[in-house]
Design a protein. Structure first.
Length: 133
């Protein structure tokens, strides 16, 4: 796979990966996102895409790994929100709660991120209740 060589190339690959993911073509989506992740421009978006593919293919461990890489590569709070979702899928409710609280703490002025983090905390509670049944 040839890595993305420019920001425009990375955007095009992410767009193609999103389209492939929308039609459940997971192999193509993963290939497109991997090219972005290996590039030097916007690798965080490639890792975010790979985490989304892992979640959709029921591979929560890999989703956690990719979401962490996305955050480390500069994916910010969006990567953290995805990490929380992956942690729920991995049944790591304590970590998911900590992740969503981190987002709430860091996104003091971002209403959209704060709402997404609150929704994530509610999802943790629903998952815990479902697990107890």
């Amino acid at each position: 796979l040839t890595p993305a060589s420019s920001k425009t190339d990375a955007k095009d690959l992410v767009r193609d990966g999103d389209k492939a993911l929308a039609r459940d073509d997971f192999a193509k989506a993963a290939a497109q996102f991997a090219r972005v992740a290996k590039g030097w421009r916007s690798p965080e978006w490639g890792y975010i895409g790979l985490a989304r593919v892992a979640l959709r293919t029921n591979d929560p461990r890999n989703a956690v790994k990719m979401a962490n890489k996305a955050f480390d590569a500069g994916g910010g709070l969006r990567a953290k929100l995805l990490l929380g979702e992956a942690q729920i899928a991995n049944r790591d409710y304590k970590q998911a709660t900590q992740t969503y609280r981190f987002v709430l703490d860091k996104a003091k002025r971002n209403r959209e991120m704060r709402q997404a983090a609150r929704d994530g905390l509610e999802a943790v509670e629903r998952a815990k209740k479902k697990r107890r049944r």
